[in-house]
Write a protein that binds this ligand. Structure first.
Ligand code: HEC
Length: 116
């Protein structure tokens, strides 16, 4: 082996050693050397629609795009306000809600989170 080739090999070995040392430093800095089990707590599953007449209609028409949570996150709404909400879903967001389902939906929504 020529001297030049040997020098390149030595240089490569030095780079590799330096890289290993710095990786070891990263591993110990993140505390990732023990293999210990880490436990994390995920947020609870989204709330689903409560029981009552119309539950399956709401399930079928409202959860295509978002969780039922949206209904329960609102302040209690009147029937007119829920109707406006359903109309908004149709007109603004393009929800494919059949006109014949709207009355049942409004009644159900008032029952779930409504006021007079
Ligand atoms: C085509 C998709 C789609 C469908 C189907 C849909 N929504 Fe929505 N909904 C949206 C979007 C988009 C938003 C706004 C999301 C945001 O602002 O983060 C929204 C927001 C809401 C909100 C929050 C208040 C508001 O006006 O932004 C409520 C309440 C709601 N939806 C109820 C319903 C109900 C009840 C149904 C079934 C009758 C329904 N949605 C069906 C798309 C939809």
């Amino acid at each position: 082996m020529k001297n030049e080739q040997r020098n390149i090999l030595v240089a490569a070995a030095m780079v590799a050693t330096a890289l290993c040392a710095s990786l070891a430093t990263v591993a110990s800095a993140t505390g990732d050397t023990s293999g210990a089990t880490v436990t994390i707590t995920l947020p609870p599953d989204a709330r689903s629609f409560g029981p009552g007449p119309g539950q399956s209609i709401a399930q079928a028409n409202c959860t295509i795009c978002h969780a039922a949570d949206y209904v329960y996150m609102q302040p209690p709404l009147t029937a007119d306000q829920w109707r406006a909400e359903v109309t908004k879903m149709q007109k603004v967001y393009g929800a494919p809600i059949d006109a014949s389902a709207v009355d049942a939906l409004v009644q159900y929504l008032v029952g779930q989170n409504g006021k007079q």
